[in-house]
Design a protein around this ligand. Sequence first.
Ligand code: NAP
Ligand code: GDD
Length: 379
Amino acid sequence: MKVVIFGITGQDGSYLAELLVKKGYEVIGVTRRVSVNTLSRIEHILPQLTIVEGDITDGFNISKIIESHEPDEVYNLAAQSHVGTSFKQPSLTWDITGAGVLNILEAIRYSSRKDQIRFYQASSSEMFGKNYTTSENASLMMSDDKVVVDDPTGKGFYEYKKYQDENTPFIPQSPYGIAKLAAHHLVRNYRESYGIHGSCGILFNHESERRGEQFVTRKITKWIGEFVLWSNQSSMDIDTTSDPDFILDNGRKFPKLRLGNLDARRDWGHAADYVEAMWLMLQQDEPDDYVVATGETRSVREFLDASFSFVEVDDWSNLVVIDPEFYRAAEVEYLLGIPTKAKRKLGWSPRIDFKSLAERMVAYDVKEAGLQRPSIQTV
Ligand code: NAP
Ligand code: GDD
């Protein structure tokens, strides 16, 4: 079996490539030409991959790749995937995250192997934006926050009164979410109009040790790693209160962690689990759309609590600065996905929970910081 992966150099692309190599696929990864090396996440499996150059904004080139490599499966993970950046570069985001998908769909539509190709599109919980479903049974429930909805993960009942599933209408809040929603509808339209076997995974946030450093979880764990290294070289009396922006230690200083909205809630899973759901979707006879999530919601504040607890910091309030720079023009405040359909139809369940996710990321970044010896600012 042959597969083409757009976005192979990203977090998900690297885990998916690993999974498919293990399954015996011939994996063709498409990468953009850039002036730096972007292959670090897939370096360990490079000998087993075929890397070809391509950009999903270049329709002709995409057609050529699909026609010449004759894949059985095509995964589109390529995107300008940062929501904050999409407010600053909406046109670029539209061209890649929205129109780029149309290029792939057109390439498949006109391919001589249209009926043999199965296509996966990386849709996103960001498409739900400010919308959620409210359980009708909410008033019957014991706690303010919670209601029994179903048994999405097999671990017992999940009890929330606000959630998103495949039936929740989309009200996206960002240029990124809007571009993803356009692509989502295009896949459905090409499925219905041309019989393309196209499935969309509506994936909720998933993180890992390979997560991009601008996303909030990795930004936090990376900072913790560097802070642990710095504080190990410090005297016993680190001063966290005298300077609003820096942590001080006898003439040495370390910048505090600058973040935006700590109250936003996300449904956070691990990327290695989520790429399995992608593959399972393409093994189904009929194409369809699936929510992939853990069924639990946590705030950024809770991620901070969990992450700092692994380095034995109970009170991080003087280590973090709230910076308006990291607030968004419009925010998605609440995400909690119910993956019942993925569980029932695909037999998929997440394995790595919130605490283990934070623990793995912190452990990795503490180790990495030690190895890299980042430069330390001095007064
Ligand atoms: P990521 O780490 O940001 O990776 C994005 C990938 O897209 C990179 O390989 C990047 O290549 C590539 N890319 C960007 N622009 C491109 C272009 N014009 N042509 C070809 N490739 C291009 O994202 P991720 O976290 O792995 O997410 C994978 C996909 O799932 C994305 O579509 C994302 O929007 C979506 N998604 C992610 C999550 C999540 O929580 N991670 C949740 C829902 C949906 P370079 O290495 O050259 O930059
Ligand atoms: N990035 C970032 N940086 N986010 C911050 C910060 C900060 O300094 N401070 C607070 N946040 C808040 C954001 O406002 C948001 O509410 C939340 O942390 C998560 O932000 P991100 O980690 O950037 O992820 P996201 O939810 O916006 O988008 C991710 O998940 C989507 C699925 O819901 C990305 O992976 C998207 O590509 C994906 O589609």
